[in-house]
Design a protein around this ligand. Sequence first.
Ligand SMILES: NC(=O)c1ccc[n+]([C@@H]2O[C@H](COP(=O)([O-])OP(=O)(O)OC[C@H]3O[C@@H](n4cnc5c(N)ncnc54)[C@H](O)[C@@H]3O)[C@@H](O)[C@H]2O)c1
Ligand SMILES: O=C(O)C(=O)C[C@@H](O)[C@H](O)[C@H](O)COP(=O)(O)O
Ligand SMILES: [Zn+2]
Length: 354
Amino acid sequence: MVTRIPVTGDRPYDVVVGRGLAGELPAMIEGAARVAVLHPPTLRERAEAVAKSAGDVTVVPIEVPDAERGKSIEVAARCWDALGAAGFTRTDVVVGVGGGATTDLAGYVAAAWLRGVRWVPVSTSVAGMVDAAVGGKTAVNIAAGKNLVGAFHPPAGVLCDLDALDTLPAEDIAAGLAEVVKGGFIADPRILELVEADPAAALDPRGDVLRELVERKIQVKADVVGVDLKESGLREILNYGHTLGHAIERREKYTWKHGHAIAVGLIFAAELGRLTGRLDAATADRHRTILESLGLPTAYPEEAWADLLPAMRVDKKARAATLRFVVLDGLAKPGILAGPDEDLLREAYAAVAR
Ligand SMILES: NC(=O)c1ccc[n+]([C@@H]2O[C@H](COP(=O)([O-])OP(=O)(O)OC[C@H]3O[C@@H](n4cnc5c(N)ncnc54)[C@H](O)[C@@H]3O)[C@@H](O)[C@H]2O)c1
Ligand SMILES: O=C(O)C(=O)C[C@@H](O)[C@H](O)[C@H](O)COP(=O)(O)O
Ligand SMILES: [Zn+2]
């Protein structure tokens, strides 16, 4: 069974979820003479299979470093050199085969090449399927912060082949579920009920529960990015938990899994909501319980606070000196907390400090 989740906007596209989706790629790359296939070393075989499914095109395979090590301007520059050497034109297509880090890189390579060519994320991780591949945010990291160089560049289509999850390490399935849980708190409480009912089923790559979670979270994201691609308002809700989360990733020099940092960031954001009287204690506590049930980190060192506060200032939601956080005014009622004072932030950090 194949599910197609449409994403609206100036250039609408489908997110296709199912098993064995080889036949879906040709329609997404129609008219291309060349297809560049970016992939990390561990996913070479899968990338070769994807390349084969592209049909009668010249394939340009580009191996990139794994995970966050691939999300750099130096790696992007190497990709552009490869596109140049292959004579890549405006009708050609970049395909990213991998997790969110690889597809973020592939999207940015496509966004900047000739000022924008088509791209298709072939997503192989939970975080990639439910979040990174959908919505057109593409980026690389720099020393100053996470995703600080990038572009909004929607894909031509998204492929989420659930068979890929068979080889995804259990730790990465859980990490991806942090983004799914985020979607539950900001928009779709049924997600939370499904995880609470059976966390082990949520983590099972062959099970129907994970599939339902993946599809529900994609729908949450599609509903938002379809009306606010460039984050002029509504889209900010997808950044719930990310202000602290990205600061942790920067402090860890991008060696932490994104979903692990977001799990800690979600508990911090829930506490900010509770301390400001916007969120009831039970819903705030529910964050920790659910994330713990998935084996995700819920704490970070006490002494890190001195690094985290300045790191949060490069958050893209900040305006001048004003930090802005996504908080909840209740379950599935996200809002913005602008300019909280430092004492309040420190108090909220106590909820995760160890
Ligand atoms: N653009 C967006 O809107 C958006 C949204 C969410 C996350 N992100 C980004 O996505 C990244 C996190 O995504 P991620 O967790 O997928 O990271 P990732 O790409 O680093 O993948 C995690 C690990 O899983 C491996 N992997 C992926 N698929 C596999 C498979 N099928 N079998 C075996 N191994 C596999 C990868 O090689 C990597 O080692 C972060 O960089 C984050 O900033 C972007
Ligand atoms: O799509 C969005 O918008 C999000 O905020 C989704 C996040 O899960 C994702 O990690 C995104 O890359 C963060 O965006 P950034 O603009 O804070 O870098
Ligand atoms: Zn994220």
